[in-house]
Write a protein that binds this ligand. Structure first.
Ligand code: NAG
Ligand code: NAG
Length: 584
């Protein structure tokens, strides 16, 4: 009795201490500032990233099992132009080539993901471990280390084994926690002697919302108002379990760190003097990054999520909230399971209060009671959703610092795409994006945010999920029409490399110089690409003659017609010259 009481007093004391220690993020402080010239702390780690399904290809090779993305992309109408990741960048076969690209950039780290069904075809470890899959990642890791590039490894970048989806309903089912933990343990066992940075999940927001709420991503379920919350609940538990497994069984031997990579756009109040807008903006961020970060740092969902989803559920006449709850035991188990936080960030929104009436479709989005707006003056060179708003990055990083006790941060994704069919290697807009976003990160570090590394997203153009190959995020251009998937450097490669080599930005003149030099070199790369595309066109014509299986109609319109036209023009020119010479 007495000890129980004392315990409670302690608890209250701890709570009070926590509350007074937590600095509040100041939503009204909005200093956008000018460009800052200076350097990053010594030892700052520069990298680039990729993920298995987006780049590897070899979807059914060497004993790999099916993932939910193999099945989803093979269904017609799910992915733009019905594209699939069957071949993607053929990264599975081009390991040496890609490592030479990483070396070319002088990178300190490379972030990639392990395909769960490549190493455990059914997803269940006791069924079968695929040694050929293990061998592929062994080789990748060894070659990175030989080249002094640190591997940062993601365990779950969205490619759940299909068997687990079919048998259990995927992340809707609590049994995923143990299967994922078995998979993670296998990875620690086989790779942990060399891999010291582990990311459990990449962008679980997307897995939950797009996979189980809107259905735009695999497995394509539309369980509105409940599916995303349940998936997220199990993902958070799975993350915590894997962190504890590492902490208990491997940390002593392997001395690595385990974190999670969360994506979050920044939300800025439309009217900085309006309390309703400020609260709406905070809800936007709490329902996004905070949904996952608050449990792993503080043990439970953000209060504002519990309040809003709870109230909306009650208005619907539900007995319990659609947002699941953690028991007190689970809360203490989950709290603090993050050695570092991976932050993926691309863009910003203006946010205003907007009340959704109860009953009118209870969804994750309606639960937030807000509207998202963009400034039409913001540049949007690529994906529809991706506006370049560099100052939002600094504000998000400061938010993370104040909300979660200044954790160690790795930027796990930041970059920009370009519009379809753009073979332009002179990507000056990407140079601008990287320059400004990396500069805002430097300012955040000067604000005291503990950022240890930066990962440009992405190394290569790749399969962009439901957008197929129509959006290109790469520093390197990939010619997807060519069977060999050759890579070509965009101008941003040169620019990023100079930032890395200087470890920051020296002065206006130098940085302008970098930009000029980078765009100069890209015109020769452009010529190389054009020449290669011509060569592969010629090769295709030869294949057309010798390979009866090729689709003739397509070849006729795409290749033969222009070739015949060119030949006609050439012959006419020769004929004309012949006529002219006879006249003389
Ligand atoms: C994708 O497949 C669907 C269903 O077969 C078809 O209606 C659609 O035209 C296809 N789209 C493209 C771009 O081929
Ligand atoms: C989880 O999987 C088990 C075993 O197949 C099944 O009995 C249960 O109904 C599943 N739960 C959900 C929520 O799908």
């Amino acid at each position: 009795m007495l000890s129980g009481c004392a315990g409670r007093v302690c608890h209250v004391l701890v709570l009070v201490l926590c509350l007074s220690a937590a600095e509040d993020f100041d939503w009204t402080k909005n200093d956008r500032g000018s460009f800052y010239y200076g350097t990053f702390p010594t030892g700052f780690s520069w990298g680039a990233g990729s993920s298995a399904y987006q780049t590897e290809g070899a979807w059914d090779k060497d004993g790999k099992g099916l993932s939910i993305w193999d099945v989803f992309s093979h269904k017609k109408g799910k992915v733009f132009l019905n594209d699939t990741g069957d071949y993607a960048c053929e990264g599975y076969y081009k390991l040496k080539d890609d490592i030479s690209l990483l070396k070319e950039l002088n990178l300190n780290h490379y972030r990639f993901s392990i395909s769960w069904p490549r190493v455990i075809p059914t997803g269940i470890r006791s069924d079968h471990v695929n040694e050929k899959g293990i061998k592929y990642y062994d080789t990748l890791i060894d070659q990175l280390l030989e080249n002094k590039i640190t591997p940062i490894v993601t365990l779950y970048h969205w490619d759940l084994p299909q068997v687990l989806q079919e048998k259990y309903g995927g992340w809707q089912n609590i049994s995923m926690v143990n299967y994922f933990n078995d998979f993670a343990s296998l990875c620690f066992e086989r790779f942990g002697n060399r891999v010291k940075h582990w990311i459990t999940f990449n962008n679980p927001w997307s897995v939950a919302v797009e996979g189980y709420e809107t259905g735009e991503h695999a497995p394509g379920l539309k369980l509105r108002g409940t599916g995303a919350y349940r998936a997220a609940h199990h993902i958070i538990k799975a993350h915590a379990k894997v962190w504890h497994t590492y902490d208990n069984q491997w940390r002593n031997k392997q001395n690595g760190v385990v974190g999670i990579s969360l994506s979050g756009d920044w939300g800025e109040p439309v009217d900085i003097t309006n309390l309703k807008d400020i609260e709406a903006a905070e809800r936007y961020v709490q329902f996004y990054l905070g949904w996952f970060a608050t449990p792993v740092f503080h043990g439970d969902y953000p209060q504002v999520m519990k309040d809003f989803v709870g109230r909306k559920s009650a208005q619907q006449g539900l007995g319990t909230s659609r947002l699941p709850t953690f028991s007190s035991q689970e809360k203490s188990y989950i709290k603090g399971t993050c050695d570092f936080l991976g932050v993926g960030h691309f863009t910003t929104r203006y946010i205003t209060q907007k009340t959704y009436p109860p009953g009118r479709g209870s969804t994750y989005f309606a639960d937030r009671d807000l509207a998202e707006l963009v400034d039409p003056r913001w540049p949007d060179p690529g994906s529809e959703w991706l506006y370049s708003v560099p100052w939002g990055f600094r504000r998000l990083l400061n938010f993370v610092k104040t909300q979660y006790g200044n954790p160690m941060i790795y930027i796990t994704e930041n970059g920009v795409s370009e519009k379809m069919k753009c073979t332009e290697l002179c990507d000056d807009w990407r140079i601008q994006y990287y320059k400004d976003y990396i500069n805002e990160m430097l300012k955040a570090i000067r604000d005291g945010v503990n950022v240890k590394g930066y990962t440009a997203w992405s190394l290569l153009d790749k399969f962009e999920w439901d957008e197929g190959f129509s959006e290109r995020f790469g520093l390197y251009y990939v010619d997807f029409k060519n069977k060999n998937k050759p890579r070509y450097p965009k101008a941003s490669v040169q620019f990023y490399k100079r930032i890395i080599n200087f470890n920051g930005f020296p002065n206006l003149r130098e940085v302008e110089n970098w930009k000029r030099k980078a765009t100069e070199t890209c015109s020769s790369s452009n010529q190389l690409l054009a020449a290669e595309e011509q060569r592969s066109t010629a090769a295709n014509i030869l294949r057309l003659i010798h390979d009866p299986l090729t689709s003739h109609m397509e070849m006729v319109t795409e290749i033969v017609v222009p070739t015949v036209c060119t030949l006609c023009i050439l012959i006419s020119a020769v004929f004309l010259m012949f006529l002219l010479s006879r006249r003389n």
